[in-house]
Design a protein around this ligand. Structure first.
Ligand code: KIV
Length: 274
């Protein structure tokens, strides 16, 4: 709470200071209503490009645009007061050059009001991460299973099962941490590798399908609430089954509409007598 009684937003340096301390809780949010519900409970809200698959039914995240991320990011900022809001840079809006990444990230921060951007990639993105960080743009990295590289990786299988893959992923994490990323999402890697990355980088590691030893965790909210009817990965824990609740409510509503028992007298406007 600030001196004016307003709730103070958690800042990027406050998240960065949680290295090795109290684990950071992150959930995805794409809308104002979900942001309002999650904001009192989580440290960060991630406007992930997973919204392409979860909200829009796309086959991968590759068709998500910068304008989509900005619109959803702005909604999440409007719906939250406390959580640090991080917005994904979508595919092909940052890989071409540090300058392209700067233009995209600057638009995201200026037009959505978010605190930081997230981008995928390792050693090959280190120069870009440094370029952004030196110009005042906080960056969360993302290594291991990087969904924007689905075509190159050949799918969404867990990473780090071979020695060569482990060396590559740990090198990726070190490179972007050295470049100044305040935090790194470590996705879909074997457990000891996530542990080793956490021990060897100064950035706050955020696990998803990784390890409880990470400095924090993230889940796709729709997955953990049972709202997403597509494929649910093994690492998702269901904390609620809202999908069933919605389905039952829609069934009850339709039955009442058909029976003309909704709307009832309390839901209509009677003529008022003067
Ligand atoms: O897009 C997303 O939601 C993400 C998380 C799964 C980490 O990147």
């Amino acid at each position: 709470m600030s001196a004016t009684g307003q709730i103070k937003r958690i800042s990027v340096p406050e998240i960065a200071a949680r290295k090795g301390g109290e684990p950071v809780s992150i959930l995805t949010a794409y809308s104002i209503s979900m942001a309002r519900l999650l904001d009192p409970h989580t440290d960060c809200l991630l406007v992930g490009d997973s919204l392409g698959m979860v909200l829009y039914g796309m086959d991968s995240t590759l068709s998500v645009t910068l304008d989509m991320m900005i619109a959803h990011g702005a909604a999440v900022v409007r719906g939250s007061q406390r959580a640090c809001v991080v917005v994904d840079l979508p595919w092909a809006t940052y890989q071409e050059s540090p300058q392209q990444a700067f233009r995209s990230a600057a638009r995201v921060l200026a037009e959505s009001g978010a605190q930081a951007v997230k981008l995928e990639g390792g050693e090959e993105m280190a120069e870009t991460v440094g370029f952004l960080v030196r110009r005042g743009i906080p960056v969360m990295g993302h290594v291991g299973l990087t969904p924007q590289a689905v075509n190159a990786l050949g799918g969404y299988r867990a990473r780090g099962r071979s020695d060569a893959e482990q060396r590559k992923i740990i090198g990726d994490a070190r490179a972007i941490a050295d470049a100044g990323a305040f935090s790194i999402v470590v996705e879909g890697v074997i457990e000891p590798l996530a542990r080793q990355i956490t021990e060897s980088v100064p950035a706050v590691t955020i696990g998803i399908g990784a390890s409880a030893a990470c400095d924090g965790q993230v889940l796709v909210t729709d997955d953990m609430l049972g709202l997403f009817s597509g494929f649910t990965p093994k690492f998702v824990k269901r904390y609620a089954d809202i999908g069933d609740t919605i389905s039952q409510a829609a069934e009850a509503y339709t039955a009442e509409v058909r029976a003309r028992s909704f709307p009832g007298p309390e839901h209509v406007f009677p003529v008022k007598k003067n």
